[in-house]
Design a binder for this molecule. Structure first.
Ligand SMILES: [Zn+2]
Ligand SMILES: [Zn+2]
Length: 371
């Protein structure tokens, strides 16, 4: 193992306390790659609600850290064991990085990889990122995309076609794959089925268009904001319902009960509504990340007598090395909507403003772009 201390200065948004606000700092990036690593020049990084949960202290994380996990960029260097990705490759990252060797990976469920946390290297003597004073700086989800240049595990990126511009390609790695994957991979929605989607932000809009891609007959979008409901129609919603006390009855009246209900909000109240919107014998899918401590309170008699199921879906049950290139093809064929997902583009210096927009519920997706 080399002992060189070569470091590349990089500009990053660093979160040092939670609740807190990220601050732009110069960090030092390790110039020496481990065998299975790649160095990526980041071109775009989307802001996701789970980043916001970390800023707000609702999702525990190692600190200090670089938030952001929706990355598109160009490979600048590869480690000695990387023989299937070349310098210059255009890549998208996904937090469902996988070891390829554990029982889940071998069973084809790499999104449940149990050794994912071993793929970083914060615990090793040479962190990928550190401050000048030597403090190691973590990368959220092993990615940490709010930096102009970074080091990632090879199994956290996939090469994509340059047909998709970086600000949109970045979203394939979380919002799009989580939403579209929930319908195609997780729930396996079939042609002619009916679907309700509660919460149509960045992920929910992608559940809507996943249902459209699957050939669903009715796709009912449910949200508190009329502007988001209008946008949902562009993504394939056939009907819209204003969220609240009357939402369950409205969905039942429109559909007679749906085959699949997706809770993309992540609260007990919306999960219960998802269950109540179903026809008997169907399953409600939990997609939105609940805050730590949130407990589901379900109507037990209803669930049993109506023979209903409830299942959590993680990251759209993705095999991202297959799914992200597929999604890029669908975009190039104008069958996947990405353009309307990006509501705001910001430079790294304005990242806090991007999070504020999200907190106000105003943004489908704010994306930080680097030149
Ligand atoms: Zn995310
Ligand atoms: Zn694994």
């Amino acid at each position: 193992m080399t002992t060189t201390d070569d470091r590349i200065p990089v500009r990053a948004a660093v979160l040092s306390e939670a609740p807190g606000t990220p601050v732009i700092e110069t960090l030092l990036l390790d110039a020496v790659l481990e065998p299975h690593e790649v160095r990526v020049r980041v071109q775009a990084c989307g802001l996701c609600h789970s980043d916001l949960h970390m800023l707000d202290g609702e999702l525990p994380t190692q600190l200090p850290t670089v938030p952001g996990h929706e990355i598109a960029g160009v490979v600048e260097a590869v480690g000695s064991a990387v023989d299937d990705l070349a310098v210059g490759a255009y890549v998208v990252a996904c937090l469902s990085m996988f070891c390829g060797k554990c029982a889940e990976c071998r069973a084809g469920r790499s999104w449940l990889c149990v050794r994912r946390n071993d793929l970083g290297r914060l615990e090793r003597p040479r962190p990928r990122l550190r401050r000048e004073d030597g403090t190691a700086v973590d990368q959220v989800a092993g990615l940490g995309g709010l930096v102009d240049r970074t080091v990632l595990h090879r199994n956290s990126v996939v090469e994509v076609s340059s047909d998709v511009p970086p600000d949109r390609a970045a979203l394939l790695g979380c919002a799009v794959i989580t939403g579209v994957g929930a319908t195609l991979r997780g729930a396996e929605v079939r042609v002619g089925e009916t679907v309700a989607v509660i919460g149509v932000g960045g992920v929910g809009l992608n559940v809507v268009q996943g249902a459209r891609l699957a050939g669903a007959r009715r796709v009912v979008a449910v949200d508190v904001q009329p502007a988001k409901l209008e946008l949902a129609r562009r993504f394939g919603a056939t009907d819209t319902v204003v969220a609240g006390d009357g939402a369950v009855a409205a969905v039942q009246a429109l559909t007679g009960g749906v085959d699949h209900a997706f809770d993309v909000v992540g609260r007990s109240a919306t999960a219960v509504q998802a269950v109540q919107m179903l026809r008997a014998g169907r399953t409600a899918w939990l997609v939105g990340l609940p805050p730590v401590g949130e407990e589901l309170r379900l109507p037990g008699l209803h669930v049993l007598t109506q023979a209903k199921g409830i299942q959590g879906l993680l990251m759209g049950s993705n095999r991202f090395t297959e799914d992200i290139p597929m999604l890029a093809d669908l975009y190039a064929q104008q069958r996947l909507e990405l353009d309307a997902l990006v509501s705001t583009r910001l430079p790294l210096a304005d990242v806090v403003q991007g999070f504020d927009l999200m907190r106000d519920g105003g943004a489908a997706r704010a994306v930080v772009t680097f030149d």
